[in-house]
Design a protein around this ligand. Structure first.
Ligand code: A3P
Length: 336
């Protein structure tokens, strides 16, 4: 593991205070496959340009009991979860004919609280957000601001089969084609060492899994594959959990089906805003967030032995937590 005494030019840490720069410089550092360098902070790997927003969020954020916090490991369906939650929570303000999602990417309607709002020193806008505030982060559970953990806010965690998540991220990192792309084998090797943005993935998932068992009223643990399999059931479950349940009348009118269809991969991908737009803060093309939207695409890119290796790792890391069983269960567990 490499330690540095100087940041590289591309590290993007100029907005850190002297104390925070010193803090980051003391952290273990490795060369990542996704970012040039990753620093290990509170057990997860983080690109230096994220520190300002994360530290500020952790230190100053004041949660409200009515908050809804959307959490994902990158490339696990964040774009989808943001669109669904935004649509459910705002359905009395906007119809599907005039929803802002038609013209604004879900990532801009539900920006990352740490990586965007706090990163730009814009926390005051949080006070003006309508109730319930919909917030988003990729932080592990143990690194959430204390006020979020101690409040009665609702946390929705969406996980995805790590093989598909890795495959999705691998393609995402290749857009636009980097000058010196890392091979998929090399990237997978680092991934299995836990070295990837916000990784290791098993710690991330396990943290929220345990929290969902301990505080089931506050933490909902969802699976991308379940949403794909039964989006009506999952949309209803999400709405119930965030305190915006569908009425019998809405159910009878087919509102759940309409929202699910509107937020579906095919519909979202084909919206003009998601074909030609760019994200306001990150500047990435919106179309980069819509690739295939399928379960099991990993089989086209990874070998069975890679799958076995990751499977064994997860089994070992998850131990008796029950998470492996949950992840492997092919059917939506409707009694949850
Ligand atoms: P693939 O690369 O496997 O296609 P994130 O939103 O966390 O960045 O994750 C992106 C992944 O979610 C991509 O997966 C993307 O295609 C998929 N995705 C985006 N919107 C989706 C939707 N409405 N329904 C299903 N999958 C979606």
């Amino acid at each position: 593991m490499e330690k540095s005494v100087e940041f590289q030019n591309n590290d993007g840490v100029n907005n850190l205070s002297k104390e925070d720069k010193e803090l980051v410089l003391r952290l273990p550092r490795v060369k990542g496959w996704d970012f040039s360098f990753l620093y290990q902070y509170q057990g997860f790997w983080c690109p230096p340009k994220f520190f300002h927003g994360i530290l500020s969020f952790q230190r100053h954020f004041q949660a409200k009991d009515t908050d809804i916090v959307l959490v994902t490991f990158p490339k696990s369906g964040t774009t989808w979860l943001k669109a669904l939650t935004y649509t459910i929570a705002n359905r009395s303000r906007y119809t599907l004919e005039n929803t802002p999602l038609l013209t604004t990417p879900s990532h801009d309607l539900v920006p990352f609280t740490d990586l965007e709002i706090y990163s730009k020193n814009q926390s005051s806008i949080l006070e003006d957000l309508p109730t319930p505030r919909i917030l988003a982060t990729h932080l592990p559970y143990a690194s959430l601001p204390h006020s979020s953990i101690n409040s009665n806010c609702r946390i929705v965690y969406l996980c995805r089969n790590p093989l598909d998540q890795f495959t999705s991220y691998w393609h995402f990192v290749l857009q636009p084609q980097p000058a010196d792309p890392v091979s998929i084998d090399e990237a997978f090797e680092k991934f299995c060492q836990g070295v990837t943005m916000f990784g290791p993935v098993w710690d991330h998932e396990l943290g929220y899994w345990k929290a969902s068992l301990e505080k089931s009223n506050n933490v909902l643990f969802l699976k991308y594959e379940d949403l794909k399999e039964d989006i009506i059931y999952s949309t209803k479950k999400l709405a119930d959990f965030i305190g915006c349940p569908f009425t019998n009348e809405e159910e009878a009118q087919g509102v759940i089906e309409e929202i699910s269809k509107f937020c579906s991969f095919d519909n979202m991908k084909n919206l003009q805003v998601n074909q030609t737009g760019k994200l306001a803060h990150f500047g990435m093309e919106t179309k980069a967030f819509f690739r295939k939207g399928k379960v099991g695409d990993w089989t086209n890119h990874l070998t069975p032995s890679m799958s076995k290796r990751l499977h064994n790792l997860m089994e070992e890391k998850f131990g008796e937590s029950g998470l492996m069983t949950f992840l492997q269960s092919p059917k939506v567990q409707k009694k949850n």
